[in-house]
Design a binder for this molecule. Structure first.
Ligand code: SF4
Length: 334
């Protein structure tokens, strides 16, 4: 029996956007996909050991996840994500990631580091599709079928997110790991969590932020729960176009939730060492203050202590609840 080619995917960075698509595309091409386990202190420590000191936290964590795959797979899927949207870029760190990994980590399996650059046109996805597909199949029809199927899954994933699911829940639904779509608890307090997906959804580096908020009976909404149309419409309120995709998504989502008056507070999560975050965080904070919405800025790094985050979160939520209750008392039906 021919063993399938094993392809490892690190559970970091744009895994939170594209994993359902990547998994189906690679599986349809006959690969056995191996995803790294959720991040732990050990994985992060491994990354810290090998990544350069100056780099941001999520990239350090990615080094740790890549090391987890070493010796276990035939290839590591680490595409060079230059641009995933028209006239925009992801981040220079994403562009250089495969080079950094190769330079710093010896003895890795070959990387599938095909460049994805959709800055000029969405049609430019096809060279990347063929380039990945050729690792597994000589048939263009086979590759195209696999790609089309993966796009369908990604569209379903996006719809689940827009219905209010967060990525891990939506992936569980798609992979039939949940019997039914989870119901949304309508908690009294609703908080918008704004940050890069790989910071807010990674339970280790976010210090279990989403879980903590849910345990405190807070409904959490994020940028991923909004359509591109809503995000773009709100991001367009900036006087100048933002050409960093992730920053544009954060600004668009934050401005939307603030304008809708549908949240009781906003938490912005930034990674230490992230240049774009310092600018987007500032813009979002100003808007939150302008709208009178309680705002908490959390900057995460490898030294961030869990106790400190928990204390700040509790103090923030006390304030949010106090304001909300005061508003109800004063305004009657607010
Ligand atoms: S956007 Fe910021 S956090 Fe993300 S990879 Fe770039 S520098 Fe790092």
């Amino acid at each position: 029996m021919v063993m399938p080619v094993k392809v490892g995917i690190p559970r970091t960075l744009l895994y939170y956007y594209y994993y359902p698509m990547w998994r189906v595309f690679l599986s349809e091409l006959g690969a056995a996909v191996m995803l790294t386990a959720p991040s732990t202190k050990r994985v992060l420590d491994q990354g810290l050991k090998y990544a350069i000191d100056e780099i941001c936290l999520p990239i350090k964590l990615t080094f740790g996840h890549v090391l987890e795959l070493s010796g276990k797979v035939d290839y590591i899927f680490l595409p060079r994500l230059v641009s995933v949207a028209n006239r925009e870029y992801v981040c220079p760190k994403f562009m250089g990631l495969p080079d950094m990994v190769r330079h710093r980590l010896a003895g890795l399996p070959p990387l599938i580091d095909v460049a994805v650059n959709l800055r000029r046109s969405g049609m430019d996805i096809y060279p990347a599709v063929w380039a990945v597909g050729r690792f597994f199949s000589a048939s263009r029809i086979h590759i195209l079928k696999a790609y089309r199927r993966s796009v369908k899954i990604w569209e379903r994933y996006s719809r689940l997110l827009e219905r209010g699911l967060l990525p891990e829940d939506a992936m569980a639904v798609i992979e039939d790991r949940l019997e039914k779509v989870p119901l949304f608890l309508e908690n009294k307090v609703c908080v918008a969590l704004i940050g890069h997906p790989y910071n807010i959804y990674d339970s280790h580096i976010s210090m279990n932020l989403i879980q903590r908020l849910r345990q405190m009976r807070v409904t959490v909404v994020t940028a991923e729960n909004l359509s591109e149309k809503i995000i773009n419409r709100n991001a367009a309120r900036l006087p100048k176009r933002m050409y960093w995709t992730l920053g544009r998504r954060m600004i668009g989502a934050a401005f939307h939730y603030l304008a809708q008056n549908s949240i009781d507070g906003m938490i912005h999560v930034a990674a230490f060492g992230c240049g774009p975050d310092s600018m987007t965080g500032e813009l979002i904070e100003r808007q939150a203050r302008h709208c009178g919405v309680p705002f908490l800025n959390l900057v995460l790094d490898e030294h961030t202590g869990e106790a400190g985050v928990a204390t700040r979160l509790e103090a923030f939520l006390d304030m949010v609840r106090w304001r909300r209750d005061k508003g109800v008392a004063e305004g009657g039906s607010q």
